[in-house]
Design a protein around this ligand. Structure first.
Ligand code: SAH
Length: 353
């Protein structure tokens, strides 16, 4: 056991802070024994806050039309091989109906930036869901909009918004996105969302081309400044019809290390064990929970569209019905000694007025 590794872990836990040097040390010295020390520390923190409970969020991927052209993403507008689809409001509601039967209390509507879904349509969908399932939380994940639009969604009843900032470093951002998109604007969106009163989620991919440890350090600094309710992280996985098709995938181990570090720095933050983590490693999501994650997002999209929402190659859970995914996840959670709870699972400090 490396004493220095243990000392650094303990210090991060105590101060809820990390330096760039400490982050480098962890990434460079994480043999199995060291990593396990860090995961155990993170697990202890998450058990204190969440008591081995895992929250589920039902994910509804309602459109794969997108006006953006992010270099990493399989549904980027210039991917002519992507077969595009949109769900109708009725189809979205019947996904929620199914989710409700399965016990889910949060519905996450995710999609590309699709102009077909005007603010009015989004608001109708949100208020329709809230009317039918008043005890459930509605989360939107539909990209960068104006503050006015965000306010309309909030007033229609949306509770939460997920918008990964992808990378806090502007230069790195420009390696991942075309010139019409900027990291500064994406960060501003997150600040707007928070100001409006949303519970917000930011986040990054691990191992995107050009990512350096100092970028991840900047990401952590940005997270500290933003104070998100959720942080979504998963490995980058290449997609064959994107400019990054030949780029190596992000590391599962590094994702787990960062999950654990984030748990130590942000004891109460909601940390999903993501689908990308489960795609990169069959037991990735379980390992994520054992490294401090406390949320999972089973797919509620209709089976006939699942394969079309392909952000990256090999995405798991594209062939099963929602009920099957639900059972599979619950079993996976139980097998490692945790339990799924059917509650909204708001951030512990979030008080709804
Ligand atoms: N249009 C929405 C949803 C984007 S998809 C938005 O802009 O927020 C949700 C997340 O999937 C992205 O934020 C990105 O971090 C992740 N993602 C996209 N392509 C990926 C890939 N190739 N590998 C891993 N994660 C990917």
């Amino acid at each position: 056991m490396d004493r220095e590794f243990a000392r650094i872990t303990d210090e991060i836990k105590e101060k809820q802070e990390i330096t760039k040097e400490q982050l480098e040390y962890i990434f460079e010295n994480s043999d199995e024994e060291n990593a396990e020390y860090l995961y155990r520390a993170a697990r202890e923190v998450s058990e204190e806050v969440f008591h081995k409970e895992v929250y589920l969020r039902g994910l509804i991927e309602f459109t794969n039309y997108c006006k953006n052209d992010c270099y990493y993403c399989g549904i980027r507008c210039s991917n002519k091989n992507a077969e595009r689809y949109r769900l109708t409001e009725e189809e979205i509601l019947s996904c929620c109906e199914m989710g409700d039967k399965l016990g889910f209390k949060t519905f996450v509507l995710q999609g590309g930036e699709d102009a077909y879904f005007t603010d009015e349509k989004i608001c109708d969908i949100v208020s329709g869901i809230k009317e039918r399932f008043p005890d459930s939380a509605v989360t939107l994940s539909i990209g960068e909009k104006s503050k006015e639009s965000y306010k309309k969604y909030f007033d229609a009843g949306a509770d939460r918004y997920l918008l990964r900032h992808e990378t806090a470093n502007e230069e790195h951002y420009s390696m991942l996105h075309p010139a019409n998109l900027s990291g500064a604007h994406r960060k501003q969106c997150l600040r707007d969302l928070k100001e409006i009163g949303f519970q917000v989620g930011c986040g990054i991919m691990i191992g995107t081309p050009g990512q350096k440890t100092e970028h991840i350090y900047e990401d952590i600094c940005f997270m500290k400044e933003l104070g998100p309710h959720m942080i979504g992280i998963g490995p980058f996985i290449s997609h064959k019809d994107t400019p990054f098709k030949d780029e190596p995938n992000g590391s599962v181990e590094k994702t787990l290390l960062l999950l654990a570090i984030l748990r130590l720095i942000f004891p109460k933050v909601l940390l999903p064990a993501t689908t990308a983590l489960g795609t990169a490693d069959n037991l990735g999501r379980e390992k994520g929970i054992l490294a401090g994650a406390n949320v999972m997002m089973p797919n509620l999209s209709p089976v006939n569209v699942r394969k079309k929402y392909l952000l990256y190659d090999g995405k798991i859970c594209t062939g099963e019905e929602a009920a099957e995914c639900n059972m599979c996840l619950r079993n996976r959670v139980e097998r490692i000694g945790f339990k799924v709870v059917d509650i909204r699972g708001d951030h512990p400090d979030f008080l709804k007025n």
